[in-house]
Design a binder for this molecule. Structure first.
Ligand code: PLP
Length: 397
């Protein structure tokens, strides 16, 4: 796949968003041009649009290893999927269940979705992670009892790439099931990076977002385990679309796009060769950064983690200045969480991992994709090495 990037800038911010795959653009374009009917209409235009939506649902089902297309609900993205799952679980919570278990390193989509529930009387317990970003699964299990209304944790962290392995998630799922507690997994950083099999993860709800795996923005999906929410309380109310679980005429082009992206991601991951190549590039980048930037330190290296993510502390250079200098040199990376990089300040994730303010403010995240080339990795390391050297020289002069 050719990179459409006229400036030859290097894009290493794939945990924020990914380049839309050409095949996805084609699918979106075809849906807009040819299949613009309302999928709820009974005439031929509607039936054709509905067929496209259902085809995409099957593709997302395959990506997630789900059993039936009815388990998949299309939404406007990861954030809506997360809000929907949290709402579905908590709106039906029995009066005696007033605690929510989550972690200290969740994305703001989870943290902010929980805020109104906290204000309405739910108690939110944040399970800690260690210095490498590993979730304290034992603490989560110990806190899981019949007073809990919801467990919501993430599969992989968007800043550090630290992930909780399937067996550990399954343990949480088993304990949650035993106490009849709904379990939501924010798997937005998963598709296209790790193979997913919802049946093994132990969760009842799982959220994903199209643009994180070379699909379009503004479209996502929520997987709901059959029987997990017999009294599903929709968040977005309206018409009877999505099996009465999400009102509103479906975003047919976006859904066609996420469907295509889902098939591409699954095919790319299938034999492990692509993931291995990304891991090798990531390792090469990390070793070059450690070799060339004095005092550089990597985060989450000791944790199970995504193959594509580098979190590196660059001491002695102001984070914002470093980011803008790298951008000026054609290297697009982010500091901390790109999705919230407009909110300045130290990364709450790194603070939660026990790092001080200096490290939590001076850390860069570089995230690769299946489109990243070896040549880009070498150039990125060259640029980073020389920009850091220049800035350090400037401020020590
Ligand atoms: C872990 C995680 N959860 C949720 C989201 C929200 O997804 P979206 O912005 O597509 O709604 C993101 C986006 O960065 C994320 O990384």
């Amino acid at each position: 796949m050719e990179m459409r990037n006229p400036e030859r800038a290097i894009y290493l911010d794939n945990n924020a968003t990914t380049q839309v795959a050409p095949e996805v653009i084609e699918a979106v374009h075809a849906a807009m041009e040819m299949t613009w009917g309302n999928p709820s209409s009974r005439h031929a235009f509607g039936l054709r649009a509905n067929a496209l939506v259902e085809e995409a649902r099957l593709a997302v089902m395959r990506l997630l290893g789900a059993r039936s297309p009815g388990e998949i609900l299309f939404t406007s993205g990861g954030t809506e999927s997360i809000n929907t799952a949290i709402h579905a679980a908590l709106a039906a919570a029995p009066a005696g269940r007033r605690r929510i278990l989550t972690s200290t390193v969740e994305h703001s989509a989870v943290r902010q979705s929980l805020a109104p529930w906290r204000e309405s009387g739910f108690e939110v317990t944040e399970i800690a992670v260690d210095h490498e970003g590993r979730l304290d699964v034992e603490a989560c299990l110990a806190a899981l009892d019949s007073g809990v209304a919801l467990v919501t944790v993430q599969l992989a962290n968007n800043e550090t790439g630290a992930l909780t392995e399937t067996e550990q998630l399954a343990r949480i799922g088993e304990a949650a099931r035993a106490s009849e507690v709904p379990f939501h997994l924010d798997a937005v950083q998963g598709p296209g990076k790790v193979p997913l099999a919802v049946g093994e993860l132990g969760c009842d709800f799982l959220s994903i977002s199209g643009h994180k795996f070379h699909g379009p923005k503004g479209v996502g999906a929520l997987w709901v385990r059959p029987g997990a929410a017999p009294l599903f309380h929709p968040l977005v109310r309206g018409g009877p679309q999505e099996d009465e679980r999400r009102g509103g005429t479906q975003n047919v082009p976006g859904i066609a796009g996420i469907g295509r992206a889902a098939d591409l991601a699954r095919e790319w991951l299938a034999d492990g060769a692509g993931a291995r190549r990304v891991r090798e590039l990531r390792d090469r980048l990390e070793s070059r950064l450690l070799g060339e930037i004095e005092g550089a330190r990597l985060h989450a290296k000791g944790a199970p983690r995504l193959d594509n993510t580098v979190s590196v502390f660059v001491p002695g250079v102001e984070g914002e200045l470093l980011l803008s200098s790298l951008d000026a040199e054609g290297l697009a990376v982010s500091g901390g969480a790109a999705c919230s990089s407009r909110t300045k300040g130290p990364s709450p994730v790194l603070l939660a991992m026990g790092y001080g303010e200096e490290e939590a403010s001076g850390t860069l995240r570089l995230s690769l994709s299946r489109l990243t080339t070896a040549e880009e990795i070498e150039r990125a390391a060259d640029v980073l090495g020389s920009v850091v050297q220049d800035l350090r020289g400037l401020f020590s002069a």
